[in-house]
Design a protein around this ligand. Structure first.
Ligand code: SF4
Length: 458
């Protein structure tokens, strides 16, 4: 059996970093629990390894403290995560590990179109790089040096060892009034094929609702007040998601929770489903609206329409659930008129909140392949660090007549226009009666980002 240190590396020049699959980016305004690393710790421990979890990002530990932990624990293996924009800083953990005689495995999902050989060339201290989505099964195989029968995600994580995090004090999203906050994962994968998405076509695995119920109960008993499900599309399986609602009801768990959805699935589940979820504490949902025109939705193979997006938002609002619309601009061939239609959709439909992000290409996606074949991306010249879902100042591609920098300028104008309009104020007041402290917190966060710029923040 091996000694394994599972490490969420330190912050990036003081900026907190989210290193969780489709969300791999530095973000000034969010300290997220290292959920995947907690689950990996549980899996390795269940196989008999001696495992220690170190969340240097969460607890804001400096690099020398991580070095000291590696030196003291003397692991055989170090498992760490990274993001494209923080790769060089994060992989210093692998350098320390090598100095102490440990082997290391790096996870960085947004680099998955890059070969292991190329990643190891960038950081020769690494033993392995895994650009795999279902890495939970492969890490034990590498460490054990043998093949395990491929287990289901469902059966893998009977008891995620959240107790390895001594407290949840550091974790927050946008506002420190939303604490203690924890991110869990009930399912992994998504059967849809949206052309821009890093998770496109990844097989869906669902954990058992009973085990998720155990996990939620443990967290609520530890005082956690707000839980976000990291699942790509939480409500895509009606029975499964209803069973989770029943777990919350039967155990009488009192907490607020948050999901990610798809608009067509919201419409399919319907108002009664979401009213019941609301009663069980569902507070809000993000969903990928993406564009304000059917042409663009078709272009990216989203399998939704503007009408479905509108209906889904209305269902959430009727059920008393906040809607957070994710939108994008600057996709291949998108015109300025089409971008403006996206902003018009926001003004017309009035989601509780929204974000419009300039499109960025991720290795291994349909968008990447298409842009590369059109000669719009030159891999040999591209700086990896620019390929983050938040602005880094290193973007080097142009999919429309506007450069990424120009798109960010257009976005700033859109934000100002929308957020300082009378309906935005009305929206703010309408929702704030429920959680005035959150509304104030989000408002302060938004003003801060407008003042400091959106670099390293959504
Ligand atoms: S539905 Fe969401 S998670 Fe699934 S491929 Fe589309 S954008 Fe990605």
């Amino acid at each position: 059996m091996s000694k394994v240190l599972v490490v969420n590396p330190p912050r990036f020049h003081g900026i907190p970093v989210i290193r969780e699959d489709r969300c791999e980016n530095a973000d000034r305004d969010c300290v997220q629990t290292p959920t995947s690393l907690v689950y990996i710790t549980g899996i390795l421990r269940s196989l008999g390894h001696t495992v220690r979890l170190l969340d240097a990002n969460g607890y804001n530990m400096p690099k020398p403290a991580v070095l000291w932990q590696i030196h003291k624990f003397k692991p055989d293996w170090v498992v760490l995560r990274s993001t494209v924009s923080t790769f060089e800083e994060d992989t210093k953990v692998a350098d320390y590990a090598k100095m102490e005689g440990a082997k290391s495995i790096l996870l960085n999902w947004n680099l998955h179109g890059v070969s292991e050989e190329d990643v190891l060339k960038k950081c020769p201290s690494l033993t392995r790089y895994l650009g795999l989505y279902h890495y939970e099964y492969v890490i034990p195989q590498i460490i054990d040096g043998e093949e395990h029968p491929k287990p289901k995600f469902t059966e893998d994580i009977p008891d995620p060892p959240w107790g390895d995090l001594p407290n949840f004090d550091p974790y927050f999203m946008r506002t420190k009034w939303l604490k203690p906050w924890v991110v869990v994962r009930g399912s992994k994968g998504c059967g849809w094929r949206c052309a821009f998405c890093v998770d496109q076509s990844q097989r869906l695995y669902k954990r058992s609702p009973e085990l998720i119920g155990d996990e939620l109960e443990y967290l609520v008993n530890r005082g956690v007040k707000y839980i976000s499900f990291f699942d790509d599309t939480w409500e895509s399986d009606e029975n499964w998601s209803m069973n989770i609602i029943k777990q919350i009801e039967d155990r009488q768990l009192k907490f607020r929770w948050y999901i990610n959805s798809r608009s067509d699935m919201i419409v399919r589940r319907g108002l009664a489903f979401f009213k019941r979820a609301r009663k069980a504490g569902l507070d809000g949902s993000s969903f990928g609206i993406e564009f304000g025109t059917d042409e663009m939705l078709k272009r990216v193979k989203k399998d939704t329409t503007v009408a479905i997006n509108t209906e889904a938002t209305q269902i959430l609002h009727k059920a008393g659930i906040k809607s957070y619309a994710s939108l994008m601009m600057g996709y291949l061939g998108e015109t300025k008129e089409q971008m403006m239609e996206t902003a018009n959709w926001v003004r017309r439909v009035k989601p509780t909140a929204f974000q419009i992000n300039p499109v960025y290409p991720i290795f291994g996606t349909t968008l990447w392949a298409e842009a590369e074949s059109m000669g719009l991306i030159d891999k040999s010249k591209l700086d990896w660090k620019g390929l983050a879902c938040v602005p880094t100042g290193l973007m080097d591609w142009k999919f429309t007549e506007y450069s990424p920098q120009e798109l960010y300028k257009i976005r700033r104008q859109m934000y100002r226009k929308i957020y300082f309009s009378s309906w935005a104020l009305y929206n703010l007041l309408k929702w704030s009666w429920r959680n005035p402290e959150l509304t104030l917190g989000y408002g302060i966060s938004m003003l801060g980002r407008m003042r400091n710029g959106f670099t390293f923040s959504h």
